[in-house]
Design a protein around this ligand. Structure first.
Ligand code: PAF
Length: 275
């Protein structure tokens, strides 16, 4: 695996890379990331992974400082997964001066769900991802559906700005008990880890209820929030939305996704299930 920390060296090396498939990450890689890497190799000649904990997408008081940085272990996993190039810039390489140009996603998409609870988050994500696209110039980029709203923000960004990259959305990888894999699962105590799959099971119940013909979504959402609260969670939202734009669906509409975010102790977990 070729490892680069500078934009210039990476660009020079990628000249011979052929069709490039990019997987942007913040590191602390788990099996969900590795599943993306394995898919990446099927879509082109070279798999490029980036590891960069992007300050722009964290709010003051979030976990930017404490976000686990595990570069040596990540490198070992990437080699095993057959990744060809790793770009792991430091902060000065990515943001040599204070960033003054940003990508501002539309408020209809980022004023809701995660965006409502994390103002500025998607602006930071869109800005760094466009910058990574400009650095790597990939033909394909992979993002996990666990961050459903992020995936939509980025798909719409490349469409609106005509960036020549195909975005592929990869299925969420789960532990055997249903918990969606996430770097933040590492913050959970053993007791919280036992409780954590409830988020997935709560979403599954809503999906089953909708499939069985229940269509009073606010009632289903309120029941789910109550179940989470009753088990020690502080839910931010549980919400049935349209997959295409994450707006509220009309009764009887198909193409839905159920999304949830909730705090378990100090750890904020998110998950979603498509219907
Ligand atoms: O999903 C992530 O890990 C990050 O939001 C991303 C896409 C790498 C941008 O920093």
């Amino acid at each position: 695996m070729h490892i680069h920390h500078s934009i210039a060296a990476l660009r020079a090396d990628l000249k011979e890379a052929g069709r490039i498939v990019l997987v942007p990450t913040m590191g602390n890689l788990h099996d969900g990331h590795i599943a993306l890497m394995r898919q990446a190799r099927k879509h082109g000649d070279s798999a490029v992974v980036t590891i960069f904990v992007n300050r722009l997408q964290f709010r003051p008081g979030e976990d930017f400082e404490n976000y686990p940085r595990t570069l040596a272990a990540d490198c070992e996993r990437l080699v095993v997964a057959g990744v060809d190039y790793l770009f792991a810039p430091d902060e000065d390489e990515m943001y040599p001066a204070q960033q003054q140009y940003y990508v501002d996603p539309p408020s209809e998409l980022i004023g809701i769900l995660e965006g409502e609870f994390r103002p500025g988050h998607f602006r930071g994500v869109a800005t760094v991802v466009l910058k990574l696209f400009n650095i790597v110039l990939p033909q394909v980029a992979l993002f996990g559906k666990k961050d459903y709203q992020q995936m939509l923000v980025l798909s719409n960004m490349v469409r609106d700005l005509a960036f020549p990259v195909e975005i592929i959305a990869a299925d969420t990888v789960r532990a055997d008990d249903g918990l969606a894999l996430s770097s933040r699962n590492g913050y959970l105590t053993a007791e919280q880890r036992n409780e954590a799959p409830r988020l997935y099971h709560t979403l599954s119940k809503i999906v089953a209820a909708i499939r069985a013909g229940k269509n009073d979504f606010p009632v289903l959402e309120a029941e789910a929030m109550n179940e989470l609260r009753g088990n020690g969670w502080a839910p931010s939202y549980v919400s049935v939305r349209r997959k295409a734009d994450l707006q509220l669906p009309q009764v009887g509409e198909a193409g839905l996704v159920v999304l949830a975010a909730a705090l378990l102790g100090n750890t904020r977990l998110i998950d979603n299930l498509e219907l």
